[in-house]
Structures are given as C-alpha cells and as structure tokens.
Design a protein around this ligand. Structure first.
Ligand code: FAD
Length: 438
C-alpha cells in the first residue's frame, strides 16, 4: 500500500468526535407510553434491525403478552458498516455483535428460521419443525441476496482475482477491501453496479464506486484506473434530483456510466463480466468487480401467500399498506423493514420510522381502537462521496427531500458533518433503535 493512503490514521482523526454520536442517540424518543395488559401471542419473524427493535418496544409496552422471536442467526450484523469495512476504514468486527444481546429478557427467542407461514391458520412452522400459533404476526425477515442468479459467481471467490461482494456480510466486506486495496495499488478497470430488483440501501453501490475512485486518487494510481458504474436503468438513483447530483459528481471525477447494464455472469478465470442490456448481452474485461446480486423476499415468505400477487412478482415483497404497514389481506399481520412491498424505504433509517407505526396500530388494535400513525416513505442514505465527505440524503414517497437538519445540513452538498453522521453517529443511533429507544 502506498504511503499517502493510511486508513487507520484517517480513522484515528475521527475518534475524538465519537461522543457526538452518542449524544445524538440519547436524543431519541424514549418509549414512555403506558403499559397495556394483554395475553396476545405475538410472533416476530427476524431479529435483525426491525425484529429486535420491535421486540424491545412491544415488551416495554405490553404486560402479559407472549412474544416469540424466530431467527436462527446468532450474529447481529450492523450492515451500514459494511461500506466502511469494504473501504478499509473499519475491521469486520465493527459490524458484528450477538443477536441475543439485543433481545429483551422475557421474549422467547427461537433459534431457527421460519420454514412455513400459514396466514389463514395463523401459524408459523420453523426449520426444526416447531409450530407457533399467533394472534399477531410481524414479518421482519429482511431480504435474501440471490447470489446464484449471477452465473459463474460463488462467494468463495471474494477477495481473490479482483472479486468483491461487500453485501455478503462483514467478513466478505473485509475480503472485498483486500481486493479493492490491491486494485487501487495497481490500477486497471474496475466495474461497479447494482441489480435490477429492489435493493437495500440503493446508495451503497454508488458509494463504493466513489470511494474506490477517491482511494485510487489518494494513492496516486487514478491515472491508471478506470472506474465504470453499470446502472440497471437510465437513472443512477430513483430520486431524480439525487440522480442529477450524482451524475454531476461522476462527470467531475471521470467515473464512467453504462446505463441499462445488469450483471448476469462472471468468468473469474478470464476476468470477464457479462451484462444484460436492451441490445443483448455485452462482455466487459475487468481487473476489479463489485458484485451486488438481485434481492428478493426469503423463500418462506415468498411461499406464504403474503406477497403482492401483481407487483414485484419475481421478488415477493409483502402486500402491506404503504402508510400503516399492515397487511392488505391479513389485518393481524404487519411488516417492518426491507421485506415490505412499498415503493421506498429499504434502509435501517426507514426501519426507525416503521417501528412507531406498527407499534401504534398493533397496540391500538389490542385496545379496541384504531391506530393513527402513518409512514411517509422516509428513506435516508448518507451518500459517501469520498473518505471524509458525504451527502445526507433523506426523502419520502413523493421524492421530496426531507432533511432532518434544514438550514444546517444541505442534503446535496458534500460535507464533513454528513460524513460524521455516517462514520460516527449512525451506529450509536442504530444501537439505540435496536433497544427500542430511538
Ligand atoms: C452494504 C450495505 C450498506 C447499507 N448502508 C445503510 C446506511 O448507510 N443507512 C441505512 O439506513 N441502511 C443501510 N443499509 C440497509 C440496512 O442495513 C437494512 O435496510 C436494514 O438492516 C433492514 O432491517 P431488517 O430488519 O428489515 O433486515 P435485517 O437487519 O437484514 O434483519 C433480517 C433478519 O431476519 C432474519 N431472517 C431471514 N430469513 C428468516 C426466516 N425465514 N425466518 C426468521 N428469520 C429470518 C435474518 O437472519 C436477519 O437476522 C445498508 C445495507 C447494506 C447491505
């Protein structure tokens, strides 16, 4: 690695400001409403960002309810950290904690996955063959990464021969950094892009491309490096004003765009990627490639009858009302997080605003009244543009920018303060959310 690029030195510079992040977390609204007596059986599928947080909120609000959380994953992953790991700014451990540490005492954590969901019988069956009957079901399974959809690709390639795949988990993100480190030392052609399905954190593919460009510049290899971003459509981002801003940054920094190119196959031995385009398949040579696969609801959800019948039929997101997050056909079922079939909101920041809505409607129902809270599509993407710079982009269902700090943080400007939000403040805020406190 060249002398001018030293991630640990960069990291040290930010540490003194960590207290700012903790302060931000502490401002989150505490769950203070009165406890409600209920013997309801509530099953939560998934103990990730949404599942752990709603389990904490409901156990704080309900007295006597039987809350069962089903999730076989022992590790909790703080996924917004994956981008920082893949850029060599954090180690894999930064994103890893244990699922158990976030779940409140008193809930029954079943360490298996849901294998079958029968919303007509109000019953979930686990991979171990256990059955759980419920009065209310909360689906918070997140999404599945369909790696098999990329022909010729397998996860054991990550970190070698220029292959990166930081969506796969913290360890893969660290391996991805090894590949990116080598690439930005040596130069060559780097391919980036996103799948054609809905995806979590649609800004993440753009961030890693811009970080690669920045790191190559800092190392002095930019002149020998070609950064190519393959967009699944003519747009770089779903919100038009953000698309234009990112396009401008890409133009200024010489990041090339290939529109309507969707990664289809990889020949790792020859270092050739194949993209599906409207004109047919196109091959591209690479020295480095970042693979982000199509994303879909987990199979058990897709088989459950909870998915939309006429939208996202290849992806299986559940049919919830976009404002109440309540299932359209099964009113005792709610969705939180990435699994929801709504036009925006596959971010952890959206989960934060899903939580009070689902809590309100579920508890109001138990009390025999109607909930009033609504989700407006809030989605937030701290769009890292360089090490030390980001744009704090927040928007709603109508593509309006809805900045949390109007007049203080300009959403479309590359700012140090927005970088700090991502690098320092986001994780304590996320952790507070998991505990039901933000
Ligand atoms: C690279 C990357 C960068 C990101 N950056 C940001 C960012 O900067 N800001 C931001 O706000 N968001 C970001 N996100 C998105 C954010 O992490 C997700 O939107 C968020 O974690 C969604 O929460 P969730 O509860 O829906 O899913 P998850 O947190 O993924 O949790 C889902 C849980 O469900 C479990 N599960 C799966 N199938 C089953 C089953 N059949 N039965 C039971 N349990 C099951 C899983 O084991 C998992 O524990 C990023 C994501 C990635 C990958």
């Amino acid at each position: 690695m060249s002398e001018s690029w030293n991630p640990s030195a960069t990291r040290r510079g930010f540490l003194g400001l960590a207290a700012g992040g903790a302060a931000l977390a502490a401002t989150g609204s505490q769950v203070q409403a009165q406890r409600v007596r209920s013997a309801a059986r509530i099953v939560v599928l998934g103990a990730g960002a949404g599942g752990a947080a709603i389990a904490n909120r409901l156990s704080a609000r309900l007295d006597g309810a039987q809350i069962t959380v089903i999730d076989g994953r022992q590790q909790h992953w703080y996924q917004p950290g994956f981008t920082l790991i893949a850029a060599g700014l954090k180690p894999a451990g930064y994103s890893i904690s244990s699922t158990g540490q976030w779940l409140p005492s008193g809930v029954n954590w079943v360490q298996e996955y849901a294998a079958g969901i029968d919303p007509d019988a109000n019953r979930v069956t686990t991979t171990g063959g256990q059955h759980f009957d419920y009065d209310y079901l909360i689906v918070a399974t997140g999404l599945s990464l369909d790696w098999d959809a990329i022909e010729g690709f397998s996860l054991d390639m990550v970190g070698q021969n220029g292959v990166s795949a930081h969506y796969a988990g913290p360890d893969y993100a660290e391996l991805s950094w090894r590949a990116l480190d080598r690439f930005t030392d040596q130069g060559g052609v780097g391919l980036f892009g996103r799948p054609a399905t809905e995806m979590k954190c649609a800004g993440a593919p753009l961030k890693i491309a811009m970080l690669a460009e920045d790191i190559a510049t800092r190392k002095g290899t930019r002149a020998d490096t070609q950064i190519i971003y393959n967009s699944n459509s003519p747009a770089l981002f779903g919100v038009p004003i953000v698309h234009h801003r990112v396009r401008q940054i890409f133009d200024e920094r010489g990041i090339e765009v290939r529109s309507s190119h969707v990664l289809k196959a990889l020949d790792a031995a020859r270092k050739v990627a194949t993209y599906a385009t409207p004109e047919g398949d196109v091959d591209a040579d690479y020295d480095f490639i970042n693979v982000i696969p199509p994303q879909r609801a987990p199979q058990a959800v897709r088989d459950s009858g909870l998915s939309w019948a006429d939208r996202w039929t290849d992806q299986g997101w559940i049919e919830v009302d976009r404002e109440t997050l309540r299932h359209a056909r099964y009113p005792n079922v709610f969705g939180i997080g990435d699994i929801n079939g709504v036009p925006k909101g596959k971010t952890a920041a959206s989960v934060k605003w899903h939580l009070p809505v689902v809590e309100d409607h579920l508890i109001s129902e138990i009390q025999g009244r109607e909930g009033t809270r609504r989700f407006n599509g809030y989605t937030s993407c701290p769009m890292i543009t360089r090490v030390g710079r980001a744009m704090l982009i927040e928007f709603d269902y109508n593509d309006n920018l809805v900045p949390s700090f109007p007049g203080v943080i300009a959403p479309l400007e590359e700012l140090w303060i927005s970088w700090l939000m991502k690098e320092v403040a986001l994780k304590p805020t996320y952790n507070a959310m998991l505990r039901g406190l933000a």
